[in-house]
Design a protein around this ligand. Sequence first.
Ligand SMILES: Nc1ncnc2c1ncn2[C@@H]1O[C@H](COP(=O)(O)OP(=O)(O)OP(=O)(O)O)[C@@H](O)[C@H]1O
Ligand SMILES: [Mg+2]
Length: 305
Amino acid sequence: MTSMIASDLPLPLIGRGKVRDIYAVGEDRVLLLTTDRISAFDVVMGETIPMKGAVLTQISAFWFNELEGVVPHHMISADTDAIIGEVPALDVHRATLEGRAMVCKRTRVFPIECVIRGYLAGSAWKEYDAQGTLAGEKLQPGLLESGKLEPAIFSPATKAETGHDENITIAQMRQSVGEEVAYTLESMTRAVYTLGEKLARDRGIIIADTKFEFGRDADGRIILIDEVMTPDSSRFWAADVYKPGRPQPSFDKQPLRDYLDAERRAGRWNGDAPPPPLPDSVVDATSKRYLEAYRRVTGSELKID
Ligand SMILES: Nc1ncnc2c1ncn2[C@@H]1O[C@H](COP(=O)(O)OP(=O)(O)OP(=O)(O)O)[C@@H](O)[C@H]1O
Ligand SMILES: [Mg+2]
């Protein structure tokens, strides 16, 4: 399977995100194509990670299948033959699609990142450590870094076009999308995370926090869209080495982060783009971690021709 930095399919291009290329399929569907690009410390690397795009697409597909009957979602198919069956013009682009493409219902996207945190990490830990709050709300005292939050905390953010997403209060979210939609998005977020966190934990992955997006489909229904509980939209930790009271290694990106940290300490990188070139050993180790994340979450090997 080839590694991919960007795609060029004969379909109308709606946009390119940091990781995904988005195409229109007719009026009411989209094709999401996940590339093998990777970022760390907010910088996109020059190298691609073999299989990463397929891992992200197929982990999302796994969750959408698990969520059947729990919440409505956008996935139509992530199977290459089925996609080519729907869009025969893509037949000559089979190698590009293989594993990493998903055809979905097109929606009008709500401008909210629905973040849910089951463990206290990253920026949430920093805020709590400094002020005892999360998104401005007081939390109980004495919580540890990486400690479990019970119940999980819903902390929405705006979907910024550029730069960093900004945390907002639930009151601000209600003002933006209305009371009823805000309630629905929070309920769906909790339902999906509760199911996913438990299943993944039983298989050795802690999903410490994650981010969902929702949109309204042609029938006016609110559905779960985008990617779901992947290592890119979530913090994945290995359950077997989990220990609260300190930061946890990232299940997928730790080899890359360790390498970049060492380059920084050695004075060979200032932390901004362009990043240093990655040795094959780091690319390899990272690819293996993504495949292992797939194997643990789904319980089977990712097989792509
Ligand atoms: N069913 C859908 N209908 C319409 N738009 C969708 C649908 N599913 C996902 N999208 C949009 O497709 C885009 C996916 O691109 P991508 O994830 O690469 O970029 P991003 O979200 O802007 O960046 P990042 O995920 O790195 O923050 C997002 O803007 C998302 O809102
Ligand atoms: Mg995204």
